[in-house]
Design a protein around this ligand. Structure first.
Ligand SMILES: O=P(O)(O)OC[C@H]1O[C@@H](O)[C@H](O)[C@@H](O)[C@@H]1O
Ligand SMILES: [Mg+2]
Length: 218
């Protein structure tokens, strides 16, 4: 039995662009420059750790109260983007792959750092596919720590070495590798070079490839 673990932001839905816009506006508002390269380093990283990194890059120190205000501001801005989100924001061929895995009786889990994960899955109507959902509300150690994926494997009752992780973040690929799982990068092969396999998106992934993951000996 295999377990297929999906990251959410940037893998199932194109929300990575909304996180980027919300962080950029927040950083610029407090006088900190924010580049696409820096954003790459925030992918897969929790909200708290992301803000800490931005403040560090801008060499800015703020009070705990101000920190909480900024966290809330960022999330409200982000939520305004996803408020009207519908099924059409599911990335190409994600539903096809989920349907296929499900027809092959594979276990499916979500492994995300987001505290908004359940709400988003419901909005895009994909919750029904998941045997386990592990999100930012349940983990104490953020990616690249393997906790989120090990927890998902445990909830699916599948051994870590029989799990396959789909990730768009460098930190996520590192977490999957640390969990001793097969790591599949979704995005730029130069950025995700630590992954076992990389695909630009799910449209590039054949069902024959999925079959090989399900049954490597065949
Ligand atoms: O702010 P949220 O929705 O709890 O998400 C936390 C993190 O979740 C990750 O999935 C995203 O890649 C990060 O960009 C984001 O900061
Ligand atoms: Mg992601």
């Amino acid at each position: 039995m295999n377990g297929f673990i999906f990251d959410l932001d940037g893998v199932i839905v194109d929300t990575a662009k909304y996180h980027y816009q919300a962080w950029k506006q927040l950083a610029n508002n407090i006088g900190i420059e924010f580049s696409l390269e820096q954003n790459e380093q925030l992918k897969g990283v929790s909200r708290v750790e992301s803000l800490k990194k931005i403040l560090h890059w801008g060499q800015k120190t703020i009070s705990d109260d101000e920190f909480m205000v900024l966290m809330t501001e960022k999330n409200n801005h982000y939520l305004s983007f996803i408020e009207t989100m519908k099924e059409d924001e599911v990335l190409p061929d994600v539903s096809k792959i989920l349907n296929y895995l499900s027809s092959r009786h594979q276990k499916i889990a979500l492994g995300s750092a987001s505290k908004n994960a359940v709400g988003i899955l419901n909005k895009v109507n994909l919750t029904k596919f998941f045997d386990a959902i592990v999100d930012g509300n349940q983990v104490t150690h953020a990616k690249p720590d393997p906790e989120v994926f090990l927890n998902a494997a445990k909830q699916m009752n599948v051994k870590p070495e029989d799990c396959i992780v789909f990730e768009d973040a460098v930190a996520g690929i590192q977490a999957a590798n640390a969990a001793n799982m097969i790591s599949i990068g979704i995005g730029d092969a130069n950025v995700l070079h630590e992954a076992d396999y990389v695909f630009k998106d799910f449209t590039e992934m054949s069902l024959t490839f999925i079959d090989k993951l399900i049954n490597p000996k065949k």
